[in-house]
Design a protein around this ligand. Structure first.
Ligand code: HEC
Ligand code: HEC
Length: 158
């Protein structure tokens, strides 16, 4: 009985963890329910980026290099393309990463950035967009390659 109970709890946890992405993080839609990132139109996405993502990114990058990132805007991630309303990600504006799943080369060359991104930027952005964070098991989800390209182009379903 006890084991069955634990089994049910485990099933419940798995179901609740899997079932709720993408999360409703946006403004209310036609049915009165909040929209997911995926369901937002371009203007709603821009507003969400400005209101939620930009302040969050400013916080994270300023914790790393306060002087260099004293003022951040859309071009931080989108580059000059932001000026032409092109917000396609991942982007060649950012340095390409190695493609190594466990980020060996990144930890070796840029340990501080890699730690900060892994501990703060990725989880906070995934939560802000209501997207599932990158999983080493499925190799899908919001992670480094949602912003950065790999050596040959986009990786891991991005
Ligand atoms: C910290 C990095 C970062 C900053 C700063 C940022 N964005 Fe984004 N933006 C992203 C990422 C990552 C995505 C792709 C999200 C996804 O996986 O769907 C994205 C996607 C978008 C999209 C959707 C593109 C599409 O193809 O539908 C729009 C529109 C957008 N951003 C606008 C903006 C605007 C406007 C600003 C400034 C107010 C901004 N972004 C600032 C990281 C950023
Ligand atoms: C939301 C978008 C986004 C995500 C997700 C992201 N990065 Fe970045 N990354 C950036 C931006 C923006 C810069 C800074 C570019 C600049 O200063 O011009 C950057 C810079 C870097 C650099 C270069 C550092 C330097 O000093 O030259 C490395 C290495 C890096 N990121 C690794 C990672 C790793 C590893 C992950 C995942 C754990 C990751 N990034 C996730 C946006 C992102």
């Amino acid at each position: 009985m006890k084991i069955l109970g634990l089994g049910l709890v485990a099933v419940f946890v798995v179901v609740t963890l899997c079932a709720c992405y993408p999360k409703r993080v946006g403004p209310a839609g036609p049915d009165g329910e909040r929209l997911t990132w995926t369901a937002m139109n371009k203007n709603q996405r821009k507003a969400h980026m400005r209101k939620v993502v930009l302040p969050l990114a400013a916080d994270v990058f300023q914790a790393w290099r306060p002087e260099r990132y004293a003022r951040v805007d859309c071009t931080l991630c989108h580059g000059d393309n932001a000026h032409w309303e092109d917000f396609q990600m991942p982007t060649s504006h950012l340095p390409r990463l190695s493609g190594a799943l466990l980020l060996g080369p990144e930890f070796e060359k840029h340990p501080d950035t890699t730690r900060l991104k892994l501990d703060r930027l990725v989880p906070e952005m995934a939560a802000a967009l209501g997207l599932k964070p990158f999983s080493l098991i499925t190799c899908r989800g919001f992670g480094c390659y949602s912003c950065h390209l790999g050596p040959e182009g986009p990786l891991f379903g991005n």
